[in-house]
Write a protein that binds this ligand. Structure first.
Ligand SMILES: *Cc1c(COP(=O)(O)O)cnc(C)c1O
Length: 465
């Protein structure tokens, strides 16, 4: 090589990423970039931004999966190119989805498990939308057949997740949401009965209320509606929002009757990416029997020369999450799910008892199996005089990476703030103990450095689900 070429060779030797010239200037943020970048450099920039998100394993606010087996990660990679909607092109992915539908119908005791109807969705929100639409259509059909008006539909729920607020708002349905009362934080049969009428498209109990994590009494509500039908002829269907509970109760509380064993329960939604243990982006809606889904909500697509139902709202959708759901069903079975979730319940109960010992807190829900999901929620004791608020606590715990947000309850309990942690796969007993240690340290910190003006809900920008 001629000597005079040496400099140009040196120029093309790759610098260390962080010594490269293009990273010495600020990256475009809000204007569309003009020029291209070296992929390694662009990756480093994006990857570094993500560090500020914090550590998802310490995010105890989320119900969603933050840990996955290596096989799940591999399958997600294998499926990067799988489009759920291309049932003709990826018939085996479609087949795995169909198998999951049947397995779930079986798990939830559908009398017609082998030919039930249902589909995967992007999560429980989309699944709830589909379940809600079916309720509305079925109610309309019945009313039309009886020559009655269909202009005033209403839906009766307990304190629900925001997806039901979306459903009722998008579809102009009156939402009769049962407010919380001092010692009653969930739906009761009496409260339901006082709100239903001939315009009620359905009643939606939640198996694992997002605010307090408790199961609503599905069976008792169904019994009350049976009684109502006997007395008045009014036949009101139920949909269970089992976003969390649908993947817990069948394994850990098999005697709890909440599913298709109750004839009035016509549909169920659940989040595969919560206690279904799949990566983010999968939910399920299953109807009790195929006749429970009105025909007009079904679109038919060509599939291997045959016809296949398309029910979901989205068109293109990633297939990996669904494939991993099938993997989890095979890999774990009832036994594996029971082991994982039972460990979570035990850890939740351990954390609850430790939090109770700290002094100023009163545990509202302690992760009791059969009563709700593996989680703990607590409030400040009325006479605690702690000198700090739960919002200060959340803020301080954040300095150790823990995300344990405090939030105020919905109507009529807005004045009460609580703190809640979800104990899911990956939150081990030892990780729980580390959190408790940090809570103790936080209490000592507040003793030595009293908070002058405790943070209020309005000031705390904390989010919740
Ligand atoms: C999480 C949750 C939802 C929403 O589910 P996504 O899967 O996040 O869309 C609905 N209802 C309940 C009870 C939930 O816990």
């Amino acid at each position: 090589m001629p000597l005079h070429d040496k400099d140009s060779v040196r120029d093309s030797i790759e610098d260390d990423v962080y010594a490269s010239v293009d990273l010495s200037v600020s990256m475009p943020k809000y204007k569309f970039p003009t020029s291209e970048q070296n992929p390694r450099h662009a990756y480093a920039v994006v990857h570094d931004e993500l560090m500020l998100d914090g550590n998802s394993r310490q995010n105890l606010a989320t119900f969603c999966q933050t840990w996955a087996e290596p096989e799940v990660q591999q399958l997600m990679n294998d499926c990067l190119d799988k489009n759920m909607v291309d049932k003709d092109e990826y018939p085996q992915t479609a087949e795995l989805e169909a198998r999951c539908v049947h397995m779930l119908a079986d798990l939830w005791n559908s009398p017609a498990g082998a030919n039930t109807i249902g589909c995967s969705t992007t999560g429980s929100s989309e699944a709830a939308m589909l379940g809600g639409m079916a309720m509305k259509r079925a109610w309309e059909a019945k009313r039309k057949a009886a020559g009655k008006p269909i202009d005033k539909p209403n839906l009766v729920t307990g304190p629900v997740q925001i997806c039901w607020h979306k459903f009722t708002r998008y579809w102009d349905i009156e939402h009769r949401e049962i407010p919380m009362e001092h010692d009653r934080l969930i739906m009761t049969p009496e409260e339901v009965l006082s709100r239903v009428d001939e315009n009620t498209i359905g009643v939606v109990p939640t198996l694992g209320v997002t605010f307090t994590c408790q199961y609503e009494p599905v069976k008792a509500v169904a019994d009350a509606l049976d009684q109502l039908e006997e007395e008045t002829g009014l036949d009101i269907r139920m949909h269970v929002d089992a976003a969390s509970g649908g993947f817990l109760a069948p394994f850990c509380s098999p005697d709890l009757v909440w599913d298709f064993r109750i004839p009035r329960v016509k549909s169920i939604n659940a989040s595969g990416h919560k206690f279904g243990l799949s990566p983010l982006g999968v939910g399920w809606v299953i109807w009790r029997e195929s006749t429970d889904l009105p025909e007009e909500l079904i679109f038919w697509v060509n599939y291997l020369g045959g016809n296949m139902r398309d029910i979901a709202l989205n068109f293109s959708r990633p297939g990996g999450q669904v494939v991993c759901q099938y993997y989890n069903f095979l890999r774990l079975g009832k036994e594996g799910y029971r082991k994982i979730h039972s460990a979570c319940y035990e850890t939740a109960q351990y954390i609850a008892s430790e939090i109770e010992k700290l002094g100023p807190f009163e545990v509202i829900y302690n992760g009791e199996m059969d009563a709700g999901i593996p989680a703990v929620c607590w409030k400040m004791k009325e006479d605690a005089n702690a000198g700090f608020s739960l919002y200060d606590m959340a803020d301080r715990l954040r300095s150790r990476g823990w995300q344990v947000p405090a939030y105020s309850l919905p109507a009529n309990m807005q004045e009460l703030s609580i703190q809640r942690i979800l104990v899911r796969q990956g939150v081990s007993r030892d990780l729980g103990a580390l959190l408790v240690e940090d809570m103790k340290r936080t209490l000592e910190h507040f003793q030595q450095h009293p908070v002058l003006t405790p943070m209020t809900p309005a000031e705390a920008s904390g989010f919740h689900h």
